[in-house]
Design a binder for this molecule. Structure first.
Ligand code: HEC
Length: 147
């Protein structure tokens, strides 16, 4: 690496670490709650379709499933040190059992990706169980880690 590139990289790293240090707990809380609200927005409509409370629109369902799969990768980084008190329902158990919590986040990402995959098929017989698995993943984590 030449000197100028090295200086550029050092600058990027300095900016990145400043951004990480500057993250306030209340911003992290807003961030993850906002992402979960967006997940719920789409997942709720998908649930209404799965339960037959709303007409099943395969294209719209698949679009939402794709969005939920993408969004599900986002909340994890919002669970930072010092963000388990204040205006939050996240329990300190998250910090104490980080591996388990992280496992739940990874499972969410995996199961929502599977749901997006079967949603593209438009086959409700496959979609229903995949949707149920995601729902269980939400509940499993909330039971342990959300007030
Ligand atoms: C691995 C853990 C985990 C999984 C999986 C999970 N959540 Fe959550 N969820 C949390 C935690 C922790 C909070 C509390 C966040 C806070 O208040 O800071 C939360 C909060 C929420 C909220 C409230 C947001 C707000 O505005 O306060 C909603 C809605 C929500 N989750 C929906 C879902 C849905 C729907 C799924 C599944 C598709 C899901 N969650 C999966 C851990 C999880």
């Amino acid at each position: 690496m030449n000197k100028i590139a090295a200086m550029g990289l050092a600058g990027v790293l300095a900016v990145a670490s400043t951004a990480a240090m500057a993250t306030k707990p209340e911003d992290a809380i807003d961030y993850r709650q906002g992402v979960f609200s967006a997940i719920k927005w789409h997942f709720g409509t998908m649930g209404a379709m799965v339960k037959g409370k709303m007409d099943y629109d395969a294209e719209d369902f698949a679009r939402r499933a794709e969005i939920v799969a993408q969004l599900s990768q986002l909340p994890k980084e919002g669970f930072i040190e010092g963000s388990y008190s204040g205006d939050t329902d996240a329990l300190p158990a998250i910090e104490e059992n980080w591996d388990k919590f992280e496992g739940g986040m990874n499972m969410l990402a995996e199961n929502t990706a599977k749901l997006a995959e079967v949603a593209a098929s438009g086959d409700m017989d496959q979609i229903r169980p995949a949707f149920g698995e995601v729902g269980k993943t939400c509940k499993g984590c909330h039971d342990n880690f959300k007030d």
